[in-house]
Write a new protein. Structure first.
Length: 156
C-alpha cells in the first residue's frame, strides 16, 4: 500500500478487475467509463443530474477494462469513499443524502415556481421530486444512529 495523501492509504483493487478478453471491448469499456465519469462530474454541478449512479457505472466499466483507472477511481479522495461505501454496504453517507435531497428539492421547487407554467407539468414534477426524495431517503446510511441497527452493524 502506498501513502497518497495525509490520512489516506492507497489500496490496490487490481484483484477486482476482470479485463475482457477482446481488446476492442476493453477499449469500448474504457471509453464508456470515461464518458460516465465525465457525466458524473458534471452531475456535481448540475443538481438534476445524479453523480453517484454515473460513478458506479464508470467504476463497473473500468473493472472490465483498466486496472489503472479502476484503482485511481477507487482511491480518489472524493469519489472513492462513496463508491466503496455503496459497494460494501449498499449505503450512502447521511450528510451526502441530506445534501442531495435538499439540492434536489430546491432545484425542482425553483423550476416548478419560476419556469414551468403548465399546472399538470408542475404537479408531475412535484410528484417525481417527492418520489425521488422518498426513494433516496430510504437508502440506508451507516453513519446515522437509527439506521445502524437496521444494517446489523456497529456504529463506526
Amino acid at each position: 500500500m502506498k501513502r497518497a495523501r495525509k490520512n489516506h492509504v492507497r489500496r490496490d483493487y487490481s484483484h477486482e478487475v476482470r479485463k475482457h478478453r477482446f481488446v476492442w471491448v476493453r477499449v469500448a469499456f474504457a471509453l464508456l467509463g470515461m464518458l460516465f465519469l465525465v457525466i458524473g462530474i458534471i452531475g456535481i454541478f448540475v443538481p438534476v443530474l445524479p453523480t453517484t449512479p454515473f460513478l458506479l457505472v464508470s467504476t463497473a466499466c473500468f473493472a472490465r477494462s483498466s486496472r489503472r483507472f479502476y484503482n485511481w477511481l477507487m482511491n480518489h479522495h472524493t469519489f472513492g469513499p462513496l463508491i466503496v461505501e455503496w459497494r460494501t454496504y449498499r449505503s450512502i453517507p447521511w450528510r451526502i443524502k441530506l445534501f442531495a435531497i435538499t439540492v434536489m428539492i430546491l432545484t425542482f421547487g425553483s423550476s416548478i415556481v419560476f419556469f414551468i407554467q403548465d399546472g399538470w407539468l408542475q404537479l408531475a414534477l412535484a410528484f417525481f421530486c417527492l418520489t425521488l426524495a422518498i426513494w433516496l431517503y430510504q437508502i440506508p446510511s451507516r453513519d446515522r444512529q437509527g439506521e445502524v441497527a437496521a444494517l446489523g452493524g456497529e456504529r463506526t
